[in-house]
Write a protein that binds this ligand. Structure first.
Ligand code: KPL
Length: 311
């Protein structure tokens, strides 16, 4: 299968390495020419979850170069895995995707938070866009190296029953992912899955960034725990009013994620430390938007946005 991966951060590199090793026809689109050229000439250093390192050859091109290239159908992708972060889901990306999806490719959107699916659908009305969430752990120590730090699960599917939701391409992708050793499953309840991940990210990400702690340290202090609980309860109430139908053990699940990813720095803490734009507007901002539509208060979410912005 022809799989284009747009975004060469930790997750994009991890999927590129696994799929290329499994013999899939992969093209990786990077942000810079420098990263694409180094990947092309030196390969990708991939350290798997057992600690074994190997060099993987990954065909790569910068997204800009790809978008400006005359031969639109040079790589007629069946699937596009979109692994860029929320701030990069913008007009520049849509320009790239209009070319990339011209062959009829389906798009798998792997962003944290909410809002991106609607924007992608609006910008690419002819394309099939699927929602995805992953619990995979990966780190990118430099532009051409990736470390798989924890095995996770990729869950994907259509956002709602009434949308264009073709089973065949989804099953083909699922097969390719599993064949590459990527744990994956299809879901008909993506809205619930996305809201559940949103709830976890809305609590863990801003609070680890504000308190500058690893995920496992967050609930260890009674004051932080109290703030976590208040932010969780407000977010859960809003998301339930917005249609989330998950079980009633969400607080326990949240604590479970902190325990399972105890040694990790959240993506928001890493973004803050590196001086990058965070995804907070699409995480807590997404919850505030829903609260506004429903006429509900969202003071805790507003407070963490202000604090993260102040950082
Ligand atoms: O998704 C995450 C993130 O950091 O963005 C969690 C689940 C909090 C793991 O670090």
């Amino acid at each position: 299968m022809k799989i284009m991966i747009v975004g060469a951060g930790a997750l994009g590199l991890l999927y590129a390495a696994r799929l290329a090793e499994a013999g899939e026809d992969v093209l990786l689109l990077t942000r810079t020419d420098e990263q694409a050229q180094t990947l092309q000439s030196e390969g990708l250093l991939y350290k798997d979850v057992t600690g074994i390192e190997r060099l993987v050859k990954i065909p790569a091109q910068s997204a800009n170069r790809y978008a400006d290239c005359e031969s639109v159908h040079a790589f007629a992708a069946d699937w596009i895995l979109l692994t860029v972060k929320q701030p990069d889901v913008n007009e520049t990306l849509f320009h790239v995707l209009r070319r990339a999806a011209a062959s009829g490719a389906s798009i798998l959107a792997l962003q944290n938070g909410v809002g991106h699916l609607e924007r992608l659908r609006e910008a690419l009305p002819a394309a099939s866009v699927y929602a995805a969430i992953t619990t995979e752990g990966a780190l990118r120590p430099d532009l051409c190296a990736v470390i798989h730090t924890g095995t996770g699960l990729l869950t994907f599917g259509g956002w709602s029953e009434d949308e264009k939701n073709d089973a065949k391409p989804q099953k083909m992708l699922l097969e390719a992912l599993i064949n590459a050793g990527i744990q994956a499953k299809l879901s008909k309840e993506m809205k619930d899955q996305v809201f559940l991940k949103l709830l976890i990210n809305a609590v863990v990400n801003p609070l680890t960034a504000i308190f500058q702690v690893k995920n496992g340290e967050l609930p260890q202090d009674p004051y932080r725990l109290k703030i976590m609980r208040a932010l969780h309860d407000e977010s859960e109430t809003i998301l339930r009013a917005a249609g989330m139908a998950s079980g009633d053990d969400l607080w326990e699940r949240l604590l479970g994620v902190c325990a399972a990813t105890a040694a990790n720095e959240s993506s928001m803490l890493r973004d803050v430390r590196a001086g990058r734009v965070t995804e907070i507007d699409w995480i807590n901002g997404g919850i505030i938007q829903r609260a506004k539509r429903l006429g509900m208060p969202s003071r805790m979410n507003e407070a963490v946005i202000a604090l993260v912005e102040a950082l």
